[in-house]
Design a protein around this ligand. Structure first.
Ligand code: DQA
Length: 148
């Protein structure tokens, strides 16, 4: 099983960016934790970050047929990007939306996720563990597809 982790804008600044909201871990620390858990679960992981919407769209398009699932922290594009939503719909790879913070307990403009309706589900508010939960969710999604 292969899972593609995609990270959107400003997540390259984790560690120094608003640590009261996003924690003190750098994205590379989170990647290392994801890789350790993935090894335990015998899952192959690719982990990428971009500040560019089009690059994220390209990566989603290219994911088929290479990956079984996408775990996506689209960051601010969550709330704005019809292009990301359309890419997820177009490739039809099960996608799990994740966020470090609980977007529903923050500013009103963060309550709406444009991508949520085309994702399998949403995990938010568990800090860096949202990434681990996203990985585990991708296993369940793959198993439920196999059974169907
Ligand atoms: C975020 C939440 C978004 O609203 C915000 O724009 C981010 C990070 C999170 O992981 O909590 O950049 O996706």
């Amino acid at each position: 099983m292969k899972v593609l982790f995609l990270n959107g804008p400003n997540l390259n600044l984790l560690g120094t960016r608003e640590p009261h909201l996003y924690g003190h871990s750098k994205l590379a620390d989170i990647e290392a934790k994801v890789r350790a858990k993935a090894k335990e679960l015998h899952i192959e992981v690719d982990f990428r970050q971009s500040n560019l919407e089009g690059e994220l769209v390209n990566w989603i398009q290219e994911a088929k047929p290479l990956f079984d699932a996408i775990v996506l922290n689209a960051a601010a594009y969550t709330h704005t990007s019809i292009a990301l939503r359309d890419a997820i719909t177009a490739v039809a790879i099960p996608t799990i939306e994740i966020h470090l913070s609980n977007i529903h307990s923050r500013e009103e403009f963060r309550h709406k996720s444009i991508i949520a309706p085309v994702c399998q589900g949403q995990i938010c508010g568990f800090g860096e563990n949202s990434y681990i939960l996203g990985l585990i969710a991708s296993v369940y999604v793959k198993e439920s597809i196999k059974k169907a």
